[in-house]
Design a protein around this ligand. Sequence first.
Ligand code: ZN
Length: 308
Amino acid sequence: MIRTVLGDIDRSRLGMTLAHEHFIIDLDRIRKDGISRIDTPEEVIPEIRLMMEDGIQSAFEVSTIDLGRDVEKLRTISQATGLQIVASTGYYLSPFHPAELESQTPEEIARIYEKELLEGIGDTGIRAGLIAEIASSPEAFVGQEKKILVAAGIASRRTGAAVSTHTGRLTAHETIQILLDQGMDPDKIILGHQDLIDDHEYHLSLLEHGVNIAFDTCGKSAYMPDEIRARNVLSLIREGYGDHLVLSNDISRRTYFTSAGGPGYVAVMRIVVPLLRQQGATEEELRKLLVDNPARIVDNDWRQVSCS
Ligand SMILES: [Zn+2]
C-alpha cells in the first residue's frame, strides 16, 4: 500500500507520479528573499491542475517538518484536485533545523519520524508516507545533518518507509553508506537532485549500490539544460538502470509557477518527456520512470508495522 494524505491506496492506483515536489513550503524563513514560499492551496491549485492535464495523478510532497510543511493544506489540495499526495517526515538543511535536534539522539529522531509515519502528524490524523527530503550541505555534512540521516536509516529499517534526500556530489557516496549501514534496503533510497551533476560515470557509481536517483529539477534550465538531463537519463536507461530513475520538477517558490512565467510543475511532461521520446525512449521505458519506479519505491506493507 501507498500512504497518501487521504489514506492508504493500492500501489496499482498511484499512476503517473512526480517524485519530488513542494506544494506548501517556506524556505523564506531562512533565505529571507521574500519569494521562497508557497503558502496557500488557492495559489498552487491552478498550477497543479495544469500538470494533471498532462496525465500526472500523484506526487511525493517532500517538504520537511522545518520547511513549513502543512499536511492539512495538502489534504485540502488533494481533495480539491484529486491529486494523490504522499506527504513526508524529515528535516532539511542545517540552517533550518530546530534547536532541539542538537541534543536529540538518532534514536529519538527516528521515533519522531516513526510517529509521523505510523500514527500521524501532530493531531491531524494524517500520516507521512515517506521520509524526505533529508538534506546535506553541498561541501559536507554540517551541524546535525548526519544525525537526521542516520535516524532516517533507522526509521526506514523498522517501518519499511522510503528515504528521499537532497544531496550533492560531495556527500552522495557517504549518504548511501550511512543509510546502508543502518540496514536499509537500497531500493528504498532516492538520492535527490542528481540531474544537477552532468557526469555519467558518477551516476553509475551511485546506481551500482542498488539505489534510485532522481532527475528532479526538470525545467530549471539555468542550473542544467533539459537536453543534457534527457541525454543523461537515456544513457542510464541504455546501461540497464531504467528501473532506478525517477523524475520531478522541485518547484519551491511561486516565482517558478507558470503564472509567473516559470517552468511550473509541467516541465517534466512538456519538456523532458518529449525530449526523451525524441532521443528514442520507448513508452515502456517512460512508464517505468513515471509510474512503476515511484510506486515500487514507496510501496510498503504498512499494516505490519507499529510504533516502537
Ligand atoms: Zn526539494
